[in-house]
Design a protein around this ligand. Structure first.
Ligand SMILES: O=C(O)CCC(=O)N[C@@H](CCC(=O)O)C(=O)O
Ligand code: ZN
Length: 344
């Protein structure tokens, strides 16, 4: 069995990579009383001894080539198992797509982050990502619902972006269906080094939307920088994120700075452009970074015979990707947004 090696090294990432699709469940208890439960490959749950008030999900490798978040979670998991970091809260760590880590690709057959909130079960298709999405939904559901109601829930799904970005770190706030946005969450993000937030205006099939919508968790997709292979991440650039996550899981209550609207750049999604045709292109080069703004009426994308033009002065591009599967999101555009009374 793998437990003896895991207890010694804390290296759950290697264990996950050696078992791309399945790993038998097992558990053990650390000297400090924390229960460690391996639920599956890439899924490990920690329950500290004594009272806890928060249920925290930290996911990475939903896209396998986004390595910096994987390295951050690897460091956190290792220090917990080695007894160097004592938890004060329940935590579920998830490496989303182990096989895609090994092949250093965004996904194996289908983008995992388009399969949550039940999307994995639609249609006749079966593939590794659909199977995994169903399992991950179950693990998260059990994690949030196996304890008494009313506890605090959050889920930070950590990513890095394909392109460079004017604003290096930014977070996607899933659509809240009219519920208020939380200033305290902006403060948490700022402490992570993330001062830029995009608010979504519609439901999605992302992992963060799933936890937000189904469980009322404070949930975000957090973009921490640009995609790089293992060994090429400058981990100093992620120190604030790692320190803030460490505090979140190892303290009873974390104090953030007082809220100041000027610390943030907020955007709202203006529109989503899906790729419908094989012939889909952007007029800008691959070097064009996220948050590049366009003049009103400038061409943004061409899909078959349809041309999309900027509708608003300064409309800015996020996640342009002309190679997505047909029917999927090829571009988001955003416009600035004020912090108003809908933030509490
Ligand atoms: O850089 C890119 O093109 C994609 C980076 C990435 O994986 N972003 C997430 C955002 C999810 C969300 O909208 O909350 C994704 O596309 O899945
Ligand atoms: Zn990603």
């Amino acid at each position: 069995m793998y437990l003896e090696a895991l207890k010694k090294t804390g290296d759950f990432l290697t264990l996950t990579r050696e078992n791309e699709f399945d790993l038998p469940a097992s558990n053990f208890t650390l000297d400090n009383g924390t229960l460690v439960e391996v639920l599956d490959t890439g899924v490990i749950q920690f329950t500290p001894q004594g009272n806890t008030s928060k249920d925290i999900v930290l996911s990475s490798a939903v896209h396998g080539n986004e390595t910096a978040p994987i390295e951050i979670c690897d460091q956190l998991i290792q220090s917990v198992i080695k007894g160097e970091l004592t938890l004060k809260q329940r935590v579920l760590f998830i490496y989303g797509n182990p096989k895609s880590i090994n092949i250093a690709n965004r996904f194996v057959e289908e983008n995992l982050n388009r399969l949550f909130n039940g999307e994995h079960a639609k249609g006749e298709i079966t593939n590794p990502e659909r199977v995994r999405a169903a399992k991950l939904e179950t693990y998260v559901t059990d994690f949030f619902t196996s304890v008494e109601e009313g506890r605090y829930r959050c889920h930070y799904d950590l990513h890095t972006a394909i392109r460079g970005s004017k604003n290096e770190k930014f977070a996607v706030y899933p659509y809240l269906h009219g519920k208020p946005w939380k200033k305290q969450q902006l403060q948490f993000l700022l402490s992570c080094g993330v001062n830029t937030v995009l608010t979504m205006r519609s439901a999605a099939t992302t992992f963060s939307y799933f936890s937000s919508f189904q469980f009322g968790a404070d949930a975000f997709t957090v973009e921490l920088g640009q995609v790089k292979p293992f060994g090429e991440n400058d981990m100093a650039r992620f120190a604030k994120t790692k320190d803030t996550l460490t505090a979140l899981i190892s303290q009873e209550e974390v104090k953030y700075r007082d809220f100041n609207a000027q610390d943030f750049e907020l955007f709202q999604v203006h529109r989503t452009i899906n790729r419908i045709h094989d012939e889909f292109s952007f007029p800008f080069p691959d070097s064009a970074v996220n948050f590049t703004g366009f003049s009103k009426n400038a061409l943004l994308a061409t899909d078959g015979d349809t041309q999309y033009f900027a509708e608003v002065e300064g409309e800015a591009i996020i996640f342009p990707n002309a190679k997505v599967a047909l029917g999927q999101r090829a571009l988001l555009t955003v416009i600035p947004m004020e912090i108003n009374e809908k933030f509490i």
